[in-house]
Each structure stands twice: as structure tokens, then as C-alpha cells.
Design a protein around this ligand. Sequence first.
Ligand code: IPE
Ligand code: MG
Length: 251
Amino acid sequence: MATVDQEQPKAHAPLHVAIVMDGNGRWAKRRGLPRSLGHRAGVESLKRTVAAAPDLNVRWLTVFGFSTENWSRPAAEVSELMALPKRYFESDLARLERDGVRVRVLGRREGLSADLVKMLDEAERRTAHNDKFFLQIAFNYGGQADIVEAARKFAAEVAAGRASPDDLNEAVFASHLATGAAPAPDLVIRPSGEQRLSNFLLWESAYSEFVFQDVLWPDYGAEHLGAAIDEFYKRERRYGGAVADDVLATG
Ligand code: IPE
Ligand code: MG
């Protein structure tokens, strides 16, 4: 992939983009293929998207790979989804490491096989020193579960006498989420035509712009990410405030 330069991205660039990778099953069905092949094609889209992001001034990319709700799919499909990180890291971890990408995997490790946990930990460990680009993969992740987990962690600190309830504010709470110190996503993208957040980054997306695209994830690539970012540039972000011109006009 292209490496990002050391300068800060340009003023309003979406520093952090989050993507709900969706549409693998429909993509496969349209081709008369098993869903597993849709998921495998989706890994190629992830590679293309990670490669394209730095050139679009994106520094953080968070993708939804497997949600806590995806366990309800048929066992064969769940095992195909469980095999995707291995597929991705076996082909790309060395490149990510070399290109200065720091990988983090968000979500519960409980419930994942020992081999998979080892691989996820290895991806994090081998890239821990990198800081050119940040790739977060949400795997066995659910936004509500993550919020509950953050509340539990803070409660445990209070119970242990290391914190007081009065210490809690939005920033402290956010630091207990899986995303920790990551900046909030500026832009959340969902391809495949669905217009839902589906329990992704619930807390973190409070002020994100949302772009929904009609392409299925296995067809996704640089041009789609570019189009979503073009749309982002057209949006006016106000964070609950008013636009400076309007404030002046209306006093
Ligand atoms: C996204 O594709 C992959 C995951 C949810 C892990 P889907 O499998 O949801 O594909 P559709 O929505 O059935 O087309
Ligand atoms: Mg889907």
C-alpha cells in the first residue's frame, strides 16, 4: 500500500473512516456462488480499501468484520467468517508491518478459538510500534456490549477505590471503550444499500457523518471510498452548534 506522509491530513479530511463491510452474501448469491466466496471476495475489498485510504488523507480506518450478532448465522458460515482474519493476515500482515500500519482488533476475545486469538494478538504485537496508519478491525464486537464493558471497568475502579463516581465524564468513559484513545470516526460508511448502524461504534459515532452506498462490499474499492469522501466534504459539520454565518445574520 502507499505510505502516508508525516504531515497532518488537510484541514477537513476525514481523519478516521469507519466501514460496515456488508453485502458479501448478496454478491455471492447474484453470481450463484456460495456465501463463503462472497466473504473471501470481501477480504480482497478490505485489502484494496486499506491500500487506498492513505492517499485520501485517511489515517484511521475501522472496519466491522464480525458482530456479536453474527453468531446466529449457520455454523458453516460462522466458521467461514472466523477464518477470514487468518486469510487476511497470512497474506497481508508482513506488508502492514512494513508499511507502518498499526493493527488493533476490537471486540471480545472470549468465544474465539485459541488459534484465532493467537493470530489477532500477533497482528497487534507485530505492528504495535507503527504509527503511520491505524487499522482497527472490529471482530466479535458489539457497540452495546462495549459500552456495558466500559461501564463495568469503571465500576470496578470505583469498587477498588481507585476512582470516584464524580471522576466520570464523557472523555473518561470513552477511554474505557475498546476504541480507547482513537479519535472518533468522522465518517461512517455502509455499502450494500442498508441504512443501519447495526451496533457498530454506537458511542463513537455520535457526531459522525453517514454515507450509504449502493455497491456491495466485494465490489468496493478506491473509487467508492473516494466517492464517499467527496460526499463527506459536501457536508457541513456543526457538532450541535450553529454555522458562523447564521449566527452573525440572526444575531
Ligand atoms: C457482510 O456480508 C459480512 C458480515 C456480516 C460478516 P453479509 O454476509 O452480511 O452479506 P449480505 O448482507 O447477506 O449480503
Ligand atoms: Mg449483511
